[in-house]
Each structure stands twice: as structure tokens, then as C-alpha cells.
Ligand binder design. Structure first.
Ligand SMILES: *Cc1c(COP(=O)(O)O)cnc(C)c1O
Length: 457
């Protein structure tokens, strides 16, 4: 039985009539009409016109176990019947959230045993902001309030998460930048490295944190927040010496280090967490997306023992959400983590599919004039489009190269996302070798079409 019995045109019309979409120009979308996705299985989604589309974005970087997994579906179904909802405010708890905490303490790095739940990455980052400031108040250092992050970082879309993030166009809408947030430059060597070697550049970008702390006074700085590898910013993998230097600076100035693992967590980079791939020892970690593979909304802040010890001394925590520790979402997250474990997905990404995808795009880059650089680890990857590879000349805004390529992907039943002049992808961790071959083949075809459009073939 189909859930809703309408045709594509009717859906498009109703969507125009009743919905305003996130991160979308409503007038532009209405002129064209939305694409209606009606079902999914494994690495593929289907639209209402019957097109089968390879989803190389895993939804929005989140469907780590792929679509249609009965283990997750049944876990949700069972829990829905048993206890669909109860809160965690009234000194109450429920079995799924308790079990989820136990499981998370097993898969997260040493020292992370406590978790604070919410429903989205944005809310979890709001929780990070509130808890790190509270942490310093409890320590008798209430002036430590400022949070430093990076330009072009994405940490979510609530007011606090928007401010924490470094997306200027988001700050500009409605004056959304709250006080108490500062930003330093991102470690994007290919685009911003100039004449510096990768090492020199990595060190200089990390040292910007030190300069910012000295400018603000360490007594006013609460935390540095960053993704191990910036996802939505364009899959920016920092130089090898960047993170060790950041770690040194945080320790030297007594600043908490909060790592946003919303994309990198749960196997994406070939280890359970991006912090492990990049050799980071965080104080807090934000978890969402891959925590439930997007089957239901759930997120968490993982708190290191160092932080928990202080919170224990601080009295009541005046923060929380109606859906903190939601039993059904927790049950699905448990099934998701068990699926990742039972199928050895993290090892598979690390040893097989990750290297195969990265190597495939590196080989394509060697023979394709449009690819200036391939960035990534495991199953997160970006290809940087350039007009002239040797001279490293980018396209002009008017040439709109990213969106052009994205549209060709759409027309060729491949979902890849454009971030400015990069094409980014993060396929399900269950993607097979033959599906990666299909991805590479389609990507090459779409790059050829893009080059032809721009008179470059
Ligand atoms: C998606 C994302 C968020 C926000 O998560 P939502 O669930 O959309 O609120 C936060 N941080 C990073 C790194 C993300 O990619």
C-alpha cells in the first residue's frame, strides 16, 4: 500500500502552496518545482517519476548504514509500542536511553562515559555552548565565556549554532551573530595556502588560535570548537600538523576543546570518530547524523570525565529538551550502532571502500582537466573544480561551475552536492565496490558535460 496517492504534479503544487524549504530560495524553487523522493533502499533513492538515483550524499551526510535496514525499522517499531515517549526531567529515565549510553561509552574514545541527549546537531551544539560556559562558572572562572570557532564552519542553524558556525551569509540574515563568538581562518591549504608549504600553512592557521586567545585574554575564552574535517565547508582536511598544534594551544591556555563529530562520527572517516583519525583528544564531542543514520532525529554531547567531574560539583543543570533521551530515537540509535559493529562497517571503510573511493577519484583527477585537488578520508570526499589545473585558476562566479555540475549529476541520477567550486560526497558506509565504480563513472560523465558547457573540452 502506498502512503499517499498523488502524482508528481499534484505534489509539486501542494509543496508550493504549503511549504517554505530550508536553505532554499522559495521563489526560485516554486518556479521549477521540487523533486519528490518517495522511497529508498541501500545506496539508492527513487523519485516520484520512477528514477533510481545513486545517493552519494547519504541523505545529508547521515544515512551511514544505508536505507531500508529492517534492524533499525523493527527496533523503532517495537519501542513505539512499548513506550513511545517519556521525559528525562522528572528524575526519570527509560531503558533505551540507558542502554544507548552504555553502548556509546564502548564505541567512543577512552574517557567518554557520559552523554547529554537532544534531537539535532544544532541543539547539541547549543548544549555544548551552555555546558562549557557553565563548566567555567563552576570552576570559579565566570569570565571565561567566549567561544572561538572558524570562518566557513558549519555547526547548525539555531541562533547559537549559527553564531558558533562561520557562515557569513547565515550571520547576515537577520543579524544572527550573537555576542561571545569569535572566528579564525580555516585550514584550507589548496585555496588559501598561497606560497606556504602545507606544513608552514598548517602551523600558521593553528597559531591563529593562539593569537586570538592572546588578543581576547585567556581568562575570557571558554572553548575552541571545530570539526576534525570540515564537511559542509567543502570537506577541508587540515595539514597533519594542524590538530597537534591546536591541541597544544588549548592545553597551554586552559581552553576546552569541543569537537563537532556530527559528520565525521560513526565511521565516516574510517575510524569510529574523526578525532581518532586526526589524533585529537577532545573534552566534548557533538554527535548527531550518523548516530541514528538519520532514521529518527537524535543527537548527543559526549562529555569527557574531566568535564563530568566538574559538572558533578555544579548543582542543577538548567538546560534540556522535551525529547532529550527520546526512547524510540534511542532504540533506533542502538540498532544503528549494533548494525555498524556487526557488519564491520568501520573496518570496511578504513581498509576497503574508503581507500578505493579516494584512489578512484585521485586517478580520475590525473586524467581530468577540471579536477585540481581531491580531499578526503574514508568515505568523505571532495573534488575541487578548477578552470586551469597547472596555474591553479578558479572559475568566475558567473560560470557557476559547482551548480552546473550538480545539475548534470541530478540529470544523470547521481546525488553529489556542490559547495562553491567543489563537489562533495559522503555515501552510505555500506556502499559496495561496484556502486563506487558506478559513482566514479557517473561523476566522470558529469564532469565531462560540465567541461563541455564551459567550452573546455
Ligand atoms: C549537520 C551539522 C550540524 C547540525 O545538525 P542538525 O541536525 O541539522 O541541527 C552540526 N554540525 C555539523 C558538523 C553538521 O554537519
Amino acid at each position: 500500500m502506498k502512503n499517499f496517492n498523488r502524482n508528481t504534479e499534484q505534489w509539486k503544487q501542494l509543496d508550493r502552496s504549503h511549504q517554505i524549504h530550508p536553505f532554499t530560495d522559495p521563489a526560485q524553487l516554486n518556479a521549477k518545482g521540487t523533486r519528490v523522493i518517495i522511497k529508498a533502499e541501500g545506496s539508492y533513492i527513487w523519485d516520484s517519476e520512477g528514477n533510481k538515483i545513486l545517493d552519494a550524499m547519504a541523505g545529508l551526510w547521515c544515512v551511514n548504514v544505508g536505507y531500508g535496514r529492517s534492524e533499525l525499522i523493527e527496533a523503532g517499531n517495537r519501542q513505539m509500542k512499548e513506550l513511545p515517549y517519556y521525559n528525562s526531567f522528572f528524575q526519570t529515565s527509560n531503558p533505551p536511553q540507558i542502554e544507548l549510553g552504555r553502548l556509546l561509552s564502548e564505541v567512543t574514545p577512552e574517557g567518554f562515559d557520559h552523554f547529554f541527549y537532544s534531537s539535532s546537531g544544532s541543539e547539541a551544539n547549543d548544549t555544548v555552548v551552555r555546558l562549557v560556559r557553565h563548566y567555567w562558572e563552576v570552576q570559579g572562572k565566570p569570565t571565561k565565556k567566549v567561544i572561538i570557532s572558524r570562518h566557513n564552519a558549519y555547526h547548525g542553524s539555531t541562533l547559537a549554532a549559527t553564531s558558533l558556525g562561520g557562515m557569513k551569509y547565515m550571520h547576515d540574515m537577520g543579524g544572527s551573530l550573537l555576542p561571545g563568538f569569535e572566528h579564525i581562518n580555516q585550514p584550507h591549504w589548496y585555496l588559501e595556502g598561497g606560497d606556504l608549504s602545507e606544513e608552514e600553512f598548517g602551523l600558521s592557521r593553528a597559531r591563529e588560535l593562539e593569537e586570538k586567545i592572546l588578543e581576547l585574554g585567556a581568562e575570557n575564552v571558554a572553548a575552541f570548537v571545530a570539526e576534525p574535517i570540515q564537511g559542509a565547508g567543502g570537506v577541508i582536511v587540515p595539514p597533519d600538523n594542524y590538530w597537534p598544534e591546536i591541541q597544544r594551544i588549548c592545553t597551554a591556555y586552559d581552553i576546552l576543546l569541543a569537537v563537532d563529530e556530527v559528520i565525521c562520527g560513526f565511521g565516516r572517516t574510517g575510524k569510529w570518530f574523526g578525532s581518532e583519525t586526526m589524533g585529537i583528544r577532545p573534552d566534548l564531542m557533538t554527535l548527531a547524523k550518523g548516530l541514528s543514520s538519520g532514521y529518527l532525529p537524535i543527537s548527543a554531547v559526549a562529555l569527557h570525565q574531566r568535564v563530568v567531574g566538574v559538572l558533578m560539583e555544579g548543582g542543577e543543570i538548567n538546560h534540556g529538551y522535551t525529547y532529550s533521551g527520546h526512547p524510540v530515537a534511542s532504540a533506533v540509535a542502538i540498532a544503528n550502532i549494533n548494525f555498524i559493529r556487526d557488519h564491520g562497517l568501520v573496518e570496511m571503510v578504513n581498509e576497503l571502500t574508503g581507500p578505493y573511493l579516494q584512489e578512484g577519484f585521485r586517478q580520475l583527477a590525473e586524467r581530468h582537466r577540471l579536477i585540481g585537488e581531491v580531499r578526503g578520508r574514508g568515505l568523505i570526499c571532495a573534488i575541487q573544480l578548477v578552470k586551469d589545473k597547472e596555474q591553479k585558476i578558479l572559475f568566475s562566479k558567473d560560470e557557476d561551475v559547482g551548480n552546473r555540475c550538480r545539475n548534470h549529476c541530478f540529470d544523470n541520477n547521481l546525488i553529489m552536492r556542490a559547495v562553491d567550486q567543489s563537489m562533495v560526497m559522503s555515501p552510505p558506509l555500506t556502499i559496495s565496490i561496484s556502486e563506487i565504480d558506478e559513482l566514479l563513472e557517473k561523476a566522470e560523465r558529469c564532469l565531462d558535460l560540465t567541461a563541455r558547457d564551459l567550452g573546455l573540452s
